[in-house]
Design a protein around this ligand. Sequence first.
Ligand code: HAM
Length: 449
Amino acid sequence: MPRKKKVQPVKEAVAKKRTRKLKPKQFQTVRGMRDILPDVQPYWQKVRKAVEKIANDYSYNRIDLPLVEFRELYERGTGKGTDIVEKEMFKFKTQGGDDVALRPEGTPGIVRAYLQNGMQSWSKPVKLSYIGPMYRYDRPQEGRYREFYQFGFEAIGEKDAILDAQVIQMALRVFKTIGFKKMSLQINSIGCSECRPSYNSLLVSYLNNRKKSLCMDCKKRLKNNPLRVLDCKEEKCTQIVSQAPQAIDHLCKECKDHFTFLLECLDELDVSYEINSRLVRGLDYYTKTVFEIWATNDENGARKALGGGGRYDELFETLGGKRTPAVGFAAGIDRVVEKMKETGVKAFYPAIPKVYLAQLGDMAKKKSLRIFEELEKAGIGVAESFGRGNLRSQLNQANQLDMDLVLIIGQREALDETVIIKDMKCGSQEVVAFRKVVDQVRKKLKNNS
Ligand code: HAM
């Protein structure tokens, strides 16, 4: 008789399946997000240091804003018809039912913070600077990420064009301080709510007559945001736009005088610029001045602007405040770092320690922590490998790192509260009490240098 196959009871089979070990899933970053690893940090550090220095030199105070704000802030501020709001916002509802968004840019948040924190009473202009991540759900590609970092400057409360010139000067100073040699300043004026409507209708009637030849996107833009047709990169649109009426020829007196004075200030500073009648910027709040800084002065530069900004005298009213003139600028740090690498701009590398701290045995290990802190407090950089127990391997490492001095604490030294200081250049060594280590190390480093 054939033997019957033993049938596993269902319960037992389920239990077995449950206990079978599944390999834990390994996670990857979300599309468009990336790690900024230690090897590129020296570039980022150079940018941050330059921004901090220039902000300090021009008396801009640091402000940190929330990453999450009400979605409506951007819908009204950045503008409903903009790509950012229409296509690129990371938006969600909180558990409490608030409609919020991850900030796609800093300017509306700055205005909200100004109004919310009573900065109206501060002395003018209120000068603010920021650095931090922004989020735009764009198609990821080189120079375009879904999470990217910006630094920015905003000067609030002055309508004088000298502030526009100073913001541009600062932006250029940051790039120069980082080490860029060649940059292109593109500048334009797009008027204000007084003169723009009549310019807009001129532009619309010009474009309407050529509507058939425009790209699909521009046909839509013609309805919602005709100015944006001007910066379309499609060949057929650029041809039409090249003959279109230009905003600077239709400015009201105030806007015209403002732009003229700004250009005079830039001339005074010997800053070269290109008046670019197609530069309108993709955000709704700009009035008068708009500008961008490109790494090259060709069309490729437009696609990868290092930064851009302009005046936004009407945004405060849009966001529920009193009319308050303001001007600002923001740049993308990711793009700046890419450009630094591409053009061979040096990164910032902090001073390498010249002193190595080696130890042998548990007691010495504990004492080493104390000596490390004493030296660190005195501003002396120290390398170590506290996890290693073998003295020879630590000395080998000190040799490889080309250290000037090695401090050795063994069992005996730990008991005596002393340290052996070995001079790696001349080979001499001496025993020094703990309390004298800092002074002695300092003296030896000075002699060696
Ligand atoms: P924006 O031109 O939208 O202006 O952005 C400024 C800079 O951020 C760009 O020039 C670019 O370097 C960088 N950037 C933008 N999107 C991305 C992305 N997806 N990936 C990498 N980098 C990117 C503003 O944000 C305005 N808030 C500037 C401003 C300040 N206007 C007045 N005050």
